[in-house]
Write a protein that binds this ligand. Structure first.
Ligand code: ATP
Length: 197
């Protein structure tokens, strides 16, 4: 059985927080590989003005993961086109010899049962691997874990994760590229003059 982690996001741009969370999940859950899956059109949020294109977001994810043998870009959602629903991605990636782990920050887990398409099916198709994005979120996360387990019979693992406080919003707003993302992504953003750099 391959233990496959899935890290979805808009990655506009990808940063060290994404990589760090995936790395924590990989270590805690002994994952063989983690796929970084940029959304095509995210159902939950509109990409703001001045965003990178889909091709650029994919390229930056490729650069972010290039150094790690265990992480890689998957264009499954971009190739499918249209709005990106996690349930469709899980259906597509399901295979008898694979166990899927959906890696999620608190912000995403909190909306799973209210905003996501077919949450019960999502919980049937994978194990949720959840981590706190901020230091004080543990209680909130534990409470949500219990409620989703009860509601859907979900399998949820809480990942030990020292928060790395950064968001793509911060980077788009002028945050320190050299500290908050990898050198390859920082160089790409500069050379393509993304986000007004
Ligand atoms: P934005 O600021 O544009 O909303 P974001 O930084 O939250 O973006 P996304 O691409 O939307 O990044 O996030 C993809 C996934 O990565 C989500 O599950 C989110 O919770 C998680 N994530 C984002 N930033 C961090 C971080 N600093 N540490 C851990 N996980 C993060």
């Amino acid at each position: 059985m391959t233990r496959l982690g899935l890290m979805g996001g808009t990655f506009n741009p990808p940063h060290r927080g994404h990589l760090h969370a995936a790395q924590c999940a990989r270590e805690d859950l002994r994952l063989d590989r983690v796929l970084f899956i940029p959304t095509n059109l995210p159902p939950h949020k509109k990409l703001p003005e001045g965003s990178a294109t889909t091709a650029q977001r994919c390229e930056m994810v490729r650069l972010l993961t290039a150094g790690c043998g265990w992480a890689e870009l998957s264009t499954v959602e971009v190739d499918r086109g249209g709005a990106s629903y996690t349930v469709d991605t899980l259906r597509q990636l399901s295979a008898p010899d694979r166990e899927l782990f959906l890696i999620l920050g608190t912000d995403m887990l909190l909306t799973l049962d209210t905003g996501w398409r077919e949450p019960e099916e999502i919980c049937r198709l994978c194990t949720l691997a959840a981590y706190a994005r901020e230091a004080d979120e543990d209680a909130l996360l534990a409470e949500k874990k219990a409620s989703i387990e009860q509601k859907y019979g979900a399998r949820i693992c809480l990942i030990r994760h020292e928060p790395f406080p950064v968001s793509s919003t911060e980077l788009r707003g002028g945050g320190d590229l050299d500290r908050l993302t990898t050198p390859a992504v920082a160089a790409y953003i500069r050379s393509h003059k993304l986000y007004g750099r």
